[in-house]
Design a protein around this ligand. Structure first.
Ligand code: HEC
Ligand code: HEC
Ligand code: HEC
Ligand code: HEC
Ligand code: HEC
Ligand code: HEC
Ligand code: HEC
Ligand code: HEC
Length: 429
């Protein structure tokens, strides 16, 4: 019996190595040459499921490039190529928010006054916003500028060439992009109880069965690639809140985002751009749908009542943050109105324009007053932190890096406004 088993095993192993050899024979040219040209790349591919399944270099890069002097013939796979074998993930991804990364970045006026390297080079805005299936026009624009890479968003979480599912499930796969200035979800999560528990478990100091939610558990449940949240990044939505003060405050913020005309309150062309990239939930139903999904997820580990109360408090923190924010915007608006500060030349209105971010576009910076920059920081950095940290259960970010800094910004803006007005008075005399 044993001998029979061993014989079958040997036969099986022989067959297996034969198939592997055959696979190698197929790939020999690409692989053998690249083993000397870029050995790390080949090693990475060899640990992938693709290697096991015979998905070879040429399936993704074509067969036209054959030697060192024709490398420009190698093609770079876009998401549609992955879809040939992973249609379901492709379909989910195309309906989610990640699919809008490249388009929303390019919709920002600021993008076009910044160095190109920060868009196409995988560092700066483009390093994180290379997310989204590019249209033919977008691809052409890249090629015309002379750029050849960044054709694929699928390698942002399960990176090439190992393309590992396990890697993507690890929260560190999200860290590169969801960190830092205006969206420090990594910092907030990793130092919250949820994150520290996850890290403690990783270190082997909690039993295997202990529960600890990571990014993917809350944002890509069951491996669903369609991701979206209720409030989104900008923390605005339609319909506007019922509470009259909060409603007024959100209107002020929407004007500063340039979505509503500051003079008439009517929607501007930017609202269409916002709709086109799913920048905000535009009806109660689509907001509620995302909220309900999240409640279901949290309720796997907490009581429903507990969770609903937690998230409702997140909403009311946003309401309170918006009060401070709108107050600050109005102070700067009054400075524009009274001619104390001047409208930067690219602005459509003599009104703060948040889509210019910090206006880091080199020498052009002269157009923006310092008080406007403090206002930007209050919106992009501190308001974001206040509510994002609340939702990610991080005490310190919610208070010291968020709320406390917002009150500091407001005080600074008030003081700057008084000084600017006093200086103007002296100049007039
Ligand atoms: C005889 C050696 C050789 C063979 C065979 C070969 N390559 Fe290459 N390949 C190279 C060299 C050399 C480069 C350029 C590396 C560099 O830029 O430093 C290159 C570059 C590439 C690039 C990157 C091109 C770029 O613009 O950055 C890809 C993709 C590629 N090869 C894939 C393949 C595939 C797929 C095959 C098989 C169909 C293959 N290679 C066969 C030598 C080879
Ligand atoms: C499952 C598809 C897939 C397979 C298989 C694959 N690649 Fe790639 N490769 C990619 C993707 C995606 C990119 C990034 C494309 C971009 O940025 O536009 C890439 C980029 C590259 C690059 C250029 C960027 C860099 O980091 O140097 C080279 C060279 C390359 N691959 C070589 C290879 C070789 C050699 C093999 C086989 C050992 C291989 N690839 C197998 C998908 C694949
Ligand atoms: C010719 C078919 C084919 C193409 C093209 C292809 N794959 Fe795959 N891929 C497979 C097969 C087969 C598996 C293993 C079974 C599975 O998980 O679906 C796999 C598995 C995977 C996995 C899971 C690996 C794991 O650790 O479980 C990821 C992630 C993946 N592919 C990503 C990609 C990406 C990204 C592209 C495009 C750059 C791509 N694939 C192109 C066939 C393909
Ligand atoms: C390469 C950068 C990058 C990586 C890696 C990345 N993201 Fe994102 N993520 C983005 C960008 C850019 C957006 C905003 C897209 C847009 O413009 O709509 C975004 C949006 C999101 C949103 C939607 C927020 C909203 O507006 O509703 C969620 C949720 C999210 N990401 C979760 C994750 C998770 C979880 C991971 C890791 C598994 C991850 N992301 C990995 C860049 C990245
Ligand atoms: C470190 C990575 C990173 C850099 C650098 C970066 N972004 Fe983002 N950006 C993101 C992530 C992640 C999100 C989603 C954040 C969230 O939902 O909390 C986002 C959101 C956005 C959004 C809103 C998208 C939406 O639907 O809510 C716009 C617009 C945007 N970024 C443009 C830019 C521009 C322009 C630059 C450069 C001046 C830039 N980003 C730099 C990662 C980055
Ligand atoms: C315990 C569940 C949970 C975990 C774990 C979690 N999030 Fe979130 N996340 C939320 C909730 C709740 C919201 C707010 C949803 C809403 O708008 O109602 C949110 C919102 C977001 C947003 C939109 C903007 C914001 O911050 O409010 C992004 C982007 C995001 N999370 C990314 C991440 C990333 C990346 C990680 C891991 C480092 C992560 N999240 C971990 C629950 C979670
Ligand atoms: C924001 C990060 C992120 C991006 C971008 C992303 N994936 Fe994934 N992918 C994941 C995560 C996380 C998993 C593991 C999901 C799970 O099983 O929990 C995964 C798993 C997969 C798997 C394995 C499925 C299985 O059940 O074995 C495939 C195949 C895959 N992704 C293909 C793609 C393709 C194709 C794209 C581009 C259209 C893409 N992914 C873009 C995060 C991402
Ligand atoms: C996979 C399980 C899991 C999920 C999903 C989960 N949590 Fe937790 N949560 C925990 C654990 C475990 C703790 C640590 C318990 C403790 O502090 O004693 C915790 C702690 C908390 C705390 C801090 C409690 C305290 O007493 O300090 C809050 C608040 C919280 N979670 C809210 C949420 C919200 C809101 C969601 C959904 C957005 C969520 N959790 C999703 C497991 C989970």
């Amino acid at each position: 019996m044993l001998t029979f088993l061993r014989a079958t095993l040997i036969l099986f192993t022989l067959l297996l190595s034969l198939t592997v050899t055959l696979a190698f024979a197929d790939e020999e040219a690409c692989v053998t040459c690249h083993r000397t040209i870029s050995p790390g790349q080949v090693a990475d591919w060899e640990v992938s499921l693709h290697f096991e399944m015979g998905v070879s270099c040429s399936i993704c890069h074509g067969e036209d490039h054959k030697q060192a002097n024709d490398t420009d013939l190698a093609s770079f796979p876009d998401e549609a190529l992955c879809a040939e074998c992973h249609q379901e993930k492709y379909d989910q991804f195309s309906k989610g928010k990640h699919n809008y990364g490249w388009t929303s970045m390019n919709a920002m006026p600021i993008t076009h006054v910044e160095p190109d390297e920060l868009m196409e080079g995988g560092r700066g805005c483009g390093g994180c916003h290379n997310m989204g299936i590019k249209s033919e026009a977008q691809k052409k624009e890249q090629r015309d500028k002379g750029y050849r890479y960044q054709n694929n968003s699928c390698d942002e979480c399960h990176t090439r060439h190992s393309f590992s599912k396990k890697e993507a499930r690890d929260p560190r796969a999200c860290q590169q992009c969801h960190m830092g200035y205006d969206h420090p979800q990594w910092e907030m999560w990793s130092s919250s109880k949820h994150g520290s528990r996850w890290l403690t478990k990783q270190a082997g100091n909690l039993p295997e069965g202990a529960q600890a939610p990571a990014c993917v558990d809350c944002h890509m449940p069951e491996g669903n690639h369609e991701n979206r949240t209720a409030w989104g990044f900008l923390g605005v939505r339609l319909p506007l809140p019922e509470d009259p003060q909060w409603k007024a405050d959100q209107i002020t913020i929407l004007k500063a985002l340039g979505v509503l005309n500051p003079e008439t309150g009517a929607p501007t062309a930017r609202l269409d751009a916002v709709k086109a990239v799913d920048l905000a939930r535009l009806d109660q139903e689509s907001w509620q749908k995302e909220r309900d999904k999240m409640i279901d997820i949290c309720s796997k580990c907490h009581s429903r009542t507990y969770v609903e109360e937690q998230l409702a408090m997140g909403d009311s923190m946003m309401q309170k943050a918006d009060r401070l924010m709108a107050d600050a915007i109005e102070i700067v608006v009054a400075l524009y109105k009274d001619g104390i500060i001047e409208k930067p030349k690219d602005y459509s209105f003599a009104y703060p324009d948040f889509l210019y971010f910090m206006r880091t576009g080199g020498s052009d910076i002269n157009g923006m007053s310092h008080v406007d920059q403090v206002l930007f920081q209050m919106y992009m950095k501190h308001r974001m932190r206040t509510y994002q940290a609340f939702f990610h259960v991080n005490p310190d970010y919610a208070y010291w890096y968020g709320w406390a800094m917002m009150t500091k910004d407001l005080a600074e803006i008030k003081e700057l406004a008084e000084t600017l007005r006093a200086v103007k008075k002296v100049e007039m005399h």
